[in-house]
Each structure stands twice: as structure tokens, then as C-alpha cells.
Design a binder for this molecule. Structure first.
Ligand code: CP3
Length: 378
């Protein structure tokens, strides 16, 4: 597998030295871009975009043509997996995702099985097509939903404000929920390994709803199944490391547990101070995040101030991938994205110039991690 010319993201995820902090944005290809809206109108629907590798490739590259982003992310959706399991996915305009056959009885749950990976071949074709189009410029990130987050949509049948069906099942027939989660974890493991085999160079698991759980329930119903996936992934492919990021929205209080899965990086939403998070787990994992996406609704000079605030909070250390704390809003003024990306690059270049250059012996910084310390002249 050839390494991209700009491999800053891969090095940061592996906590290796970089000249600046790499940046990409969750949902970077999406409705805030007029060219995305045009392609989507042309394709017909969101799922038509996902099912065509030509359209998926086109929209994946759109944000990279505008901004100096350090990674591409596969254009698809986490809900392709339950769709392949036969639940019947559709996206209703203005309402979000809907499943025709949500899991609402024990028989439907017992019948759930790992789908043949051929039913997701269109996703793997998109991965291969995007890799060809990127021509080894920047790395391609593959992704999946977490078993628990997928189960939330599969049981509720769509988005939910209280997850009452999920919690009713969890606290009445936990063995049935465990069956769904185990099928999801085995499916996601196969799905992500196939994305790697088709060219994904880093992976991210989106646990959007793990944060709605009580601590013990989080460990039992969400983290445990992400651990099962981490254990089952090909962590190296054709001689290259394939780093994996775990992101639990609302999971800031559990980052030690998340880091202990053996993932390479932990994604943070904006409610956790990234400097405090680094002191807690920075000797073990890289951190990805964590600007409040709402900052992008503000004035450009505030975007720059708030971006620098996140970089200052992390400090002059390797192992940070700049991102938002959740997906970019469709109402984002797109010129603010340029201010954000350029500020992250320029400011972090100055900050990281203070870190010991890679051809020197590394010190050990206050968190006990070698290779990321400040250089102190002897
Ligand atoms: O990040 C990227 O640019 C890659 C593409 C991507 C999409 N969805 C495209 C998308 C990724 C990584 C996702 C992940 C996803 N999908 C998550 C986890 C991340 C998160 O946001 O918490 C979740 C929960 C979903 C499920 C989903 N997909 C919902 C709830 C919705 C409707 C809400 C909305 O924003 O409209 C979608 C649709 C969706 N997925 C869109 C995009 C660009 C908007 C569809 C459109 O064009 O109308």
C-alpha cells in the first residue's frame, strides 16, 4: 500500500512527529457546500449518492478542492449496515433516517444475522474509487457506527430524543440487546476489514449515542462491543499501520476506559477540555477534536480565536488531530471553514516548532510519554 504524500494525519494518529497539526472535519462533505447540494439534486437522493461510486467519489473530493484538509473521509453513512441486514432504510426529507422494519419483537431480533459482505460491495467500490481519485495525496478514512449506536437506530426505527425502546429492551430483555450488539460487532469487524482491504488507511467508529448511557451500561452495552471490533481489526495492512479512532459523543468522563481498548486515538466532543484529556490519556493515545461546531456560526475572527484556544489547550505536543466535536452543521457559512483550516495549520506550525525535532533524542514529558516532549536545551 503506498503512503500518501501528505501523511500528517497518519503520523499524528500514531503520535509520531509532525510539522503541524492535521485537520479534517466530521461531515466535511455535506449540505453546507453548494456543490454538494447540486450533486445531490443531480443524483436524486442521499442513498443514490452513497450507492454510486462515481457520485460518492465526487462529493468526497469536494471539500478537499476548497480547503487544505489533511484527510478525505469515505462518503457513505453508518446506516448502510442495518440496511444490509434487511431493515429497509430510507431518508425522509427534513426528517432524517427511517427503517421500515425496526427490531421490535424477540423473533425479529433472534433472526438478525451478519449479512453477506457482497450486500455492501457498493461501499467497498466507493472506497477503491476514492483511493484512485486521491492519487496518494492525502489518506482516506473509512468508518462505521458503533454496535450500540447502530442498535439505537435499528430498535427505534429512526432518530430518537429519549431512546425509550432501546432502554426498555436493555432493562427488560438485556440478552436480546446483547444478541443485536454481538451481530453488529461481528458485522462491523468484517465491514471495516473489507474497507481496509479496498484502501481505507485509517478508521473511525462513531458512537454517537453511547453518551446517553449510565457508566456501567456504557461499559456493558457500548464499550465492550467496540473492544470486540478493535480486537478483530487488521491493524496493519501491506506493511502500513491502519490507525483506529473511537469517538463516543458525551463520553469525556470515560476516556481512560476508551483508551484502554488499545485504539490509537480517542475522539472528543467539545464538552471536555482537550488539555485535561491529554493529561489523563495522552501517554497512551492520540486525541482528535474538539472545537464546538457552533463556533463556525460566528464571525471569522472568533473562529480563529477559538481554534487557537483548542490548540493551546492541547499544548506543544504531537498526537493531536484537529476536528470539530461533532459534525459540521448544514448552516455553516463555508468561508469560516477556510479560516479554521488555515488557522490550525499556521498556528500549530509555530507551536510544534518548539517541540524537539525528530532527529534529536526524545525527552520524556510530564505525562511520561516519550517522543512528544518539549525540547529542553542541555
Ligand atoms: O463525515 C463525512 O463527510 C462522511 C459522511 C458521513 C455521513 N454520515 C453523511 C451524511 C458520515 C461519517 C456519517 C455518519 C453518521 N450518519 C452518523 C455518525 C456521526 C454523527 O453525526 O453523529 C450518524 C448518527 C448518521 C445517521 C444519519 N445520517 C442521520 C441521523 C442523518 C440525518 C441527519 C442529517 O444530518 O440530515 C443522516 C444523513 C446524512 N449522512 C447526511 C450526510 C451528508 C445528510 C443527507 C442529505 O444530504 O440530506
Amino acid at each position: 500500500m503506498s503512503r500518501p504524500r501528505n501523511d500528517t494525519l497518519l503520523r499524528a494518529l500514531l503520535r509520531q512527529p509532525t510539522e503541524y497539526t492535521p485537520v479534517w472535519l466530521m461531515r466535511q462533505a455535506g449540505r453546507y457546500l453548494p456543490e454538494y447540494r447540486a450533486t445531490r439534486a443531480h443524483a436524486g437522493s442521499f442513498m443514490d449518492l452513497c450507492r454510486s461510486s462515481a457520485f460518492a467519489t465526487e462529493v468526497t473530493l469536494q471539500p478537499l478542492e476548497r480547503y487544505a484538509l489533511d484527510a478525505a473521509i469515505l462518503f457513505s453513512d453508518i446506516l448502510t449496515v442495518p440496511d444490509a441486514m434487511g431493515l429497509g432504510l430510507s431518508f425522509v426529507e427534513g426528517e432524517g433516517p427511517r427503517f421500515e422494519r425496526p427490531l421490535r419483537d424477540a423473533d425479529a431480533i433472534r433472526a438478525l444475522a451478519v449479512p453477506p459482505m457482497e450486500s455492501l460491495q457498493y461501499v467497498f467500490d466507493a472506497v477503491a474509487s476514492i483511493r484512485r481519485a486521491l492519487k496518494d495525496s492525502v489518506p482516506l478514512i473509512g468508518f462505521s457506527g458503533s454496535p450500540f449506536t447502530l442498535a439505537c437506530y435499528m430498535i427505534e426505527g429512526g432518530s430518537s430524543s429519549d431512546f425509550r425502546n432501546v432502554k426498555a429492551l436493555m432493562y427488560s430483555r438485556p440478552e436480546l440487546l446483547h444478541h443485536i450488539l454481538d451481530v453488529n460487532a461481528r458485522t462491523v469487524t468484517d465491514y471495516l476489514n473489507a474497507q481496509i482491504a479496498h484502501g481505507a488507511q485509517a478508521l473511525m467508529i462513531f458512537d454517537t449515542w453511547g453518551g446517553v448511557l449510565a457508566p456501567d451500561a456504557y461499559r456493558e452495552f457500548s464499550l465492550r462491543y467496540m473492544q470486540q471490533i478493535v480486537d478483530g481489526l487488521e491493524r496493519r495492512y501491506e506493511g502500513e499501520d491502519v490507525p483506529i479512532v473511537l469517538f463516543t459523543k458525551g463520553g469525556g468522563q470515560w476516556i481512560e476506559d476508551i483508551a484502554a481498548t488499545g485504539c490509537d486515538a480517542v475522539g472528543l466532543d467539545w464538552t471536555t477540555d482537550i488539555g485535561v484529556a491529554r493529561a489523563r490519556v495522552g501517554h497512551q493515545v492520540a486525541l482528535q477534536g474538539n472545537l464546538d461546531p457552533g463556533v463556525l456560526m460566528g464571525a471569522p475572527d472568533h473562529v480563529a480565536i477559538e481554534a487557537r484556544r483548542v490548540l493551546d489547550a492541547y499544548g506543544p505536543h504531537y498526537g493531536h488531530v484537529f476536528n470539530l466535536g461533532h459534525g459540521i452543521s448544514q448552516f455553516t457559512p463555508h468561508d469560516n471553514v477556510r479560516v479554521l483550516v488555515d488557522t490550525v495549520h499556521e498556528y500549530s506550525r509555530t507551536m510544534l516548532a518548539q517541540v524537539m525535532p525528530p532527529d534529536h533524542d526524545y525527552g520524556t514529558d510530564e505525562a511520561g510519554d516519550s517522543g512528544v516532549g518539549l525540547w529542553l536545551p542541555s
